[in-house]
Design a protein around this ligand. Structure first.
Ligand code: TRP
Ligand code: SF4
Length: 400
């Protein structure tokens, strides 16, 4: 339905690390070539948990965008912007809040989870409870179809879908909906209109999914029918109201195989991360000193790769031959751990070198990022404005 947009956001946490690169950014780079993508700095989201000490979010956010760009996110392919510079997100959040049952928010699993995990923070605020709703607004304001996120975020996307359905159900049945829909069908031309009506009846009377798909495909082709009419028809086809807001789907990002220096998930707060812009000497030192299989006390003690975090890195950075070399050398004590680590060091440095270089260009000339964000915000805002016009109208708020 309409353009298949992809949207994702990231909270500003400052300089990113290799976990972000393998877990998120490489996926964004792939997606930007396949779909129209929107990627944004979720700075308001940072305030939902860190309102007491927000820090300089504009600097932290800009720094994060530099890492996106350095990793290959391309402003000529994707729209890169900052949430708080598109205030329409807040308007949609407000309007949706009127129809969002409190119970839905309280039942989102992250609500209780985070309160327990982040016990040192005050999360008994209105803003924190409303966090998933703000995320839903972020997504729906661009009518995004796919949202690449990790497993933990899937309930938020489910919540977003439920809200879209509720919204369309409540506000998609405008006065004279049936008549308007029937008039819209006629705009397809008599032959296609007849086919569409037949398929619709088939679906509504016998639940024929194939007929539904064919009718939707028929609608997809009708690019010259006005958007409002198409929204009506997509909804009318299924026996529901006009589809003003799109039901988004999670595009589950596979968890990165790359773990931190200690074998745990890589995270800045665990102190086990390698920064994307870290100096090569520091990177080499971190890998040289990272723990290995504790059974290999002496050089002559054989080890088990599965018990060693260096092995996880070989799984990401080494081909089959080198993995065989590691397995044989480790289990027979044929190689030492430093020897085993060297190819990993080389591979990580080779991966980071172009990233560091690209980042440097943006650090040297801060106007580059400023312009990219200004341009991205303009584009995002134009899309957001279009959705808001329809949302206001549907809720009885169009004063023009
Ligand atoms: N909640 C997400 C996170 O913590 C960030 C986010 C905010 C987001 N708004 C979004 C992700 C919209 C996808 C779509 O990681
Ligand atoms: Fe780990 Fe390699 Fe040492 Fe084996 S040889 S314990 S895989 S670093």
């Amino acid at each position: 339905m309409f353009e298949t947009r992809v949207l994702s956001g990231m909270r500003p946490t400052g300089a990113l690390h290799l976990g972000h690169y393998h877990g998120v950014l490489k996926n964004w780079v792939k997606l930007q070539a396949e779909y129209p993508c929107l990627f944004f700095v979720a700075d308001w989201h940072a305030l939902t948990t860190d309102y007491e000490k927000p820090g300089a979010l504009q600097d932290v956010g800009t720094d994060m965008v530099i890492d996106w760009l350095a990793s290959g996110v391309d402003p000529n392919q994707a729209t890169i912007f900052v949430q708080s510079l598109v205030p329409e997100h807040a308007e949609l959040h407000l309007l949706l809040s009127m129809m969002t049952p409190l119970g839905w928010l309280e039942r989102v699993p992250t609500y209780k989870d985070q309160q327990e995990k982040l016990a040192d923070k005050d999360l008994t605020t209105y803003g924190f409870l409303g966090y998933p709703l703000l995320q839903a607004a972020d997504i729906m304001i661009y009518r995004a179809k796919y949202v690449p996120v990790g497993e933990d975020q899937v309930p938020h996307i489910e919540f977003t879908r439920e809200l879209a359905r509720r919204f369309n159900h409540l506000y998609g049945r405008e006065a004279g909906y049936e008549d308007k829909a029937k008039a819209a069908v006629k705009k397809m031309g008599s032959k296609k209109a007849r086919l569409f009506n037949e398929l619709r009846t088939k679906f509504l009377e016998s639940g024929d999914g194939e007929a539904l798909k064919r009718a939707q495909a028929l609608l997809d082709e009708q690019q010259n029918i006005p958007r409002g009419d198409r929204e009506r028809l997509y909804g009318w086809l299924e026996g529901s109201g006009r589809k003003i807001l799109v039901e988004a789907e999670a595009l589950l990002t596979e968890a990165s195989k790359l773990t931190g220096l200690d074998g745990q998930k890589m995270s800045k707060s665990y102190g086990n991360a390698i920064g994307l812009r870290e100096e090569p000497e520091s990177v080499a030192k971190k890998i040289k000193t990272m723990p290995t299989d504790p059974a290999r006390v002496k050089r002559t003690d054989p080890g088990t790769p599965e018990k060693c975090p260096v092995w996880n890195m070989h799984l990401v950075y080494s081909d089959e031959d080198r993995q065989k070399w590691v397995r044989k050398g480790c289990t027979t004590a044929g190689i030492g751990c430093l020897e085993c680590k060297q190819p990993v060091i080389d591979a990580v440095l080779a991966e980071l070198a172009p990233i560091r270089e690209r980042a440097q260009a943006y650090l040297d000339d801060p106007t580059l990022v400023k312009n990219i964000l200004a341009d991205g915000c303009d584009k995002a805002r134009a899309l957001a404005t279009e959705t808001m016009r329809e949302v206001r109208e549907a809720m009885g708020l169009s004063y023009n």
